[in-house]
Write a protein that binds this ligand. Structure first.
Ligand code: SF4
Ligand code: SF4
Length: 195
């Protein structure tokens, strides 16, 4: 069943099935959100989102599927868990962001073209090294996205790389971590589960 909602953005379709799907993915207590905004005020990445976390959750509650899936918020979320630790209602916000990414990928909703690609590239560096290696991540992403061939962006990319390097944020070689076998197993099991 589709419900029509009237908002400042005009008339929108609300899809209760979408809300049920997100709730049904094991997301804890989304219905308890009372918009206190504690999550958004602590989010270190909220400045880059088009909707703050509390706004996105409200839209999920209302079933505004189109607007939610068109949002950049769930792709840019860094899964840092700051919001979840601040939430008075123990809402698993990171799990909601993950669920939205799964739904968007399944439905081919990747119009934020760079963001899903960056997300997959990020995961591939974790899979191969156990933790993120920024230089490898940037190079891989630029190659796959073909951004490396955008010559007009080259000077600013080099400047950013040098800035990160001089501040010690860009290691040349990836760090070795213990437990690579466990990381590989997690990926194997997840990939098997997701087909
Ligand atoms: S997990 Fe995502 S939404 Fe929550 S505080 Fe971190 S970046 Fe923001
Ligand atoms: S902190 Fe929790 S209850 Fe408050 S707006 Fe965020 S998700 Fe909702």
């Amino acid at each position: 069943m589709t419900v029509r909602l009237v908002s400042q953005q005009g008339t929108e379709s609300a899809d209760p099935t979408f809300t049920r799907e997100v709730l049904g993915a094991g997301v804890a207590h989304l219905e308890r959100c009372y918009q206190c905004q504690a999550c958004s005020s602590g989010c270190p990445v909220a400045y880059a989102f088009d909707y703050a976390p509390h706004q996105l959750l409200r839209m999920v509650q209302l079933g505004l599927k189109e607007r939610v899936l068109d949002s950049t918020t769930y792709w840019l979320c860094a899964s840092c868990e700051t919001c979840a630790t601040r939430c008075p209602n123990d809402i698993e916000i990171v799990q909601i962001m993950d669920t939205l990414r799964h739904i968007a990928l399944r439905e081919g909703r990747t119009q934020q073209t760079g963001l899903p690609l960056f997300h997959r590239t990020f995961l591939s560096t974790i899979k191969s090294n156990g933790k993120v290696h920024e230089l490898l991540l940037i190079l891989r992403y630029m190659l796959i996205s073909r951004d490396i061939f955008k010559l007009n962006e080259l000077p600013s990319n080099i400047k950013m790389g040098l800035n990160m390097f001089t501040r010690g944020k860009l290691a040349i070689l990836p760090a070795k971590i213990k437990g690579m076998a466990n990381i590989k197993r997690i990926f194997q099991q997840t990939e098997k589960k997701n087909g």
